[in-house]
Design a protein around this ligand. Structure first.
Ligand SMILES: [Zn+2]
Length: 110
């Protein structure tokens, strides 16, 4: 798995090292400047932190499940009461800890 870190964080760390130039050699200073320059010239990726959430059953109506991150609900319909609680929230894109199929059994005996 690839790991993404903020370029700004690394550059700030390098700047911190360079601020103590009396404690680093010229080669170390040149190396740090080359690394910082490389980072600043590298194109950035379009990434964002992964949000983790879970489907929470219940609410005002029983057959509804709600994303714990954004509050978006998924539910069935009168003609198709069972529904899918997907791996990713359709509203906020959070990765859900408990994707499943919410099965509703209809009692036809009454
Ligand atoms: Zn959500």
């Amino acid at each position: 798995m690839e790991k993404y870190i903020k370029a700004e964080t690394i550059c700030n760390f390098i700047d911190g090292c360079l601020a103590h130039e009396d404690k680093i050699t010229d080669i170390e200073k040149e190396t740090l400047c080359a690394i910082k320059s490389f980072i600043e010239r590298t194109p950035s990726a379009d990434v964002k932190p992964v949000e983790h959430a879970e489907w929470i059953e219940g609410g005002l109506t029983f057959d509804k499940e709600t994303c714990s991150h954004c509050g978006k609900s998924v539910s069935g319909t009168y003609s198709s009461p069972s529904f899918d609680c997907p791996k990713y929230c359709p509203e906020c894109g959070a990765t859900m800890k408990n994707p499943h199929y919410h099965s509703v059994e209809i009692d036809y005996d009454y």
